[in-house]
Design a protein around this ligand. Structure first.
Ligand code: F6P
Length: 550
């Protein structure tokens, strides 16, 4: 029994039934499964919005899926889902509602937090963002010297960087190509240096993105950016007002920094940082793609929200993806999950998902405050195909680890490519389909022999197969499709956190490092004697100072 009165997850009959099923199933061979069920390639598919999901190449049977759904019922995934959509404070350790879904609710929706409908405020901020984005895009908003804004530099980190940076990259084809949009996150000064070294301050707008406005990396970079600007432009506060805007929940800190709160775009404590790029945190993106495209993206999010909220368990895609992850992580021993987009525009997608998934579900303490006795979130990793094929796919095909993977691809290349470059798309997607095929079905020793391969090389050229993949296919990477994809993963992460009985919406695990960094800094800069420093760190600090000639 858990401290909260729930039966311990791994002692529930549903969990035990899955463990028994896993024993009975033994090693499922996808070749045999497909031979026995020739319609599996179409039967094990789902659609949501513009997304076609093929889960046929998974090591599951109808019974596996049924037992997994029973586990979801036993752990009340849909009950917690409804509580989230209702605005209940399901982020218990921070005592907050979890309402990123309200960010994409239609104008006439009612979503209440503590009895107050938050939707009008969401749309008021969206309207304010749209009017500002339009003014920047049209040239009506000018810099302090009257020059048009040609560069936008987003300064933020974590959720205040990864989301807008990923989406900007994903939707490059929809951006205003006359605007340079750059993203600075690292407190390593070279990040800001490289972002601004070739920019004209008079044409540069800094968008300071920080939910708390206390994050040391962001405040430090923002301060340096302000110095750079004021060194080039006289004008003090008046110049800052034309070149700095803030995206935050913390008006007081924004004002302390010297940004006029009239130039602040607000969001709320019920939006988690990693769930925030469809809030005011998306301003740089909105400036790049324009308000209409931004709203199309929100429509895409909403479509998957509605699906997650209403679709029955059998056809609920986020539920399915979450359950498959539970199957591999908790019953088949997988430690990681690869996300492999076959679109160069999604080059930052997996990095974005790393925060979404690993900061949400990388926890060993349950909602009841006790250490969990089961595996929680996986290591999420991956880069765009086909680059990965020539790097680490070897290990996925022939290594000793089970690595479930998501393959994400599109039927159409983006419209603006030349005909010659568009023609490359079939080759890209041929690689995509070939990889999932090879991973699932491999190549038997007999097949290798039949090619005349010498016997001593046969084991080396054999592919065991049975490496599970999900294929997510859409016609084209549009703003709406991007919103659909992100919402799909947000809700997948939700499902898993609900099953594992962890709070997916706090992030206490990032705090200790922040505190220690503050403590160690004076030792580096002033050689201060920091009490309680361990022997290894003390020696490292001394060596660092020596190397810097201090
Ligand atoms: O340290 C982790 C974190 O709190 C993330 O959850 C968050 O996205 C990031 O830092 C940035 O926080 P903020 O937007 O408050 O600057």
């Amino acid at each position: 029994m858990n401290a909260d009165g729930r039966t311990r997850l791994d002692q529930t009959p549903e969990w035990t039934a899955l463990a028994k099923h896993r024993e009975e199933l033994g090693s499922l061979r996808l070749r045999e499964v497909f031979a026995a069920h020739p319609d599996r390639g179409t039967a094990y598919t789902l659609r949501v919005g513009d997304l076609y999901i093929d889960y046929s190449k998974h090591l599951v049977t109808d019974d596996t899926l049924r037992l997994l759904r029973e586990l979801a019922t036993a752990t009340d995934v849909f009950g917690l889902r409804d509580a989230m959509f209702r605005g209940e404070r399901i982020n218990t350790t921070e005592d907050r509602a979890v309402l990123h879904t309200a960010l994409r609710a239609p104008r006439d929706a009612v979503v209440e937090v503590d009895g107050e409908n938050v939707v009008p405020a969401v749309h008021a901020v969206l309207d304010k963002m749209a009017s500002f984005a339009d003014r920047v895009r049209s040239g009506e908003w000018t810099g302090h010297t009257g020059k048009r804004i040609r560069n936008v530099v987003n300064v933020g980190i974590g959720g205040s960087d990864l989301g807008p940076a990923m989406a900007y990259e994903a939707l490059r084809a929809f951006t205003d190509r006359d605007l340079a949009v750059r993203f600075v996150s690292n407190v390593d000064g070279s990040d800001l240096h490289e972002a601004i070294r070739d920019l004209d301050p008079a044409e540069t707008l800094f968008v300071i993105a920080s939910k708390t406005f206390t994050t040391i990396e962001t405040v430090t970079n923002a301060t340096s950016a302000r110095t750079w600007l004021l060194n080039a432009l006289d004008g003090g506060e008046a110049a800052v007002a034309k070149h700095f805007v803030a995206l935050s929940t913390n008006a007081e800190k924004v004002a302390d920094f010297g940004i006029d709160t009239a130039n602040m775009f607000e969001f709320w404590d019920w939006v988690g940082g990693r769930y925030s790029y469809d809030s005011a945190i998306g301003l740089s993106l909105m400036i790049a793609i324009g308000p209409d495209r931004f709203r199309e993206m929100l429509d895409g999010f909403r479509l998957v929200d509605d699906h997650f909220r209403t679709a029955p368990a059998e056809s609920n895609v986020p539920l399915l993806l979450g359950l498959l992850g539970v199957w591999y992580g908790n019953f088949l021993g997988a430690q990681s999950h690869a996300v492999l987009p076959y679109s160069h525009y999604l080059s930052k997608f997996t990095a974005y998902l790393q925060q979404l998934d690993m900061e949400s579900n990388g926890k060993y303490v349950g909602r009841d405050g006790r250490e969990v006795q089961w595996q929680t979130g996986p290591v999420v990793w991956g880069t765009p195909g086909t680059n990965g094929q020539h790097a680490y796919y070897q290990l996925i095909h022939q290594g000793t680890k089970l690595i479930p993977a998501d393959f994400i691809g599109f039927a159409e290349p983006v419209a603006e490519l030349s005909d010659e470059l568009k023609a490359q798309h079939d080759l890209l997607m041929a690689n995509f389909f070939a990889q999932t095929q090879a991973l699932a079905f491999g190549k038997t020793p007999d097949e290798v022999r039949s090619e005349g391969v010498p016997e001593e090389l046969v084991p080396h050229k054999t592919f065991k197969g049975d490496h599970p993949t999900t294929t997510i296919l859409a016609r084209e990477l549009t703003p709406s499709v991007l919103g659909q994809l992100v919402a799909l993963y947000e809700h997948k992460v939700f499902v898993q956190g609900a099953i594992w009985n962890i709070d997916s919406f706090d992030q206490w695990g990032v705090e200790l490092g922040k505190v220690l960094a503050k403590r160690v800094e004076p030792a580096l800069t002033e050689g201060a004697d920091v009490p309680g420093l361990d022997a290894s760190t003390r020696a490292l600090v001394a060596t660092y100072r020596e190397l810097r000639g201090r």
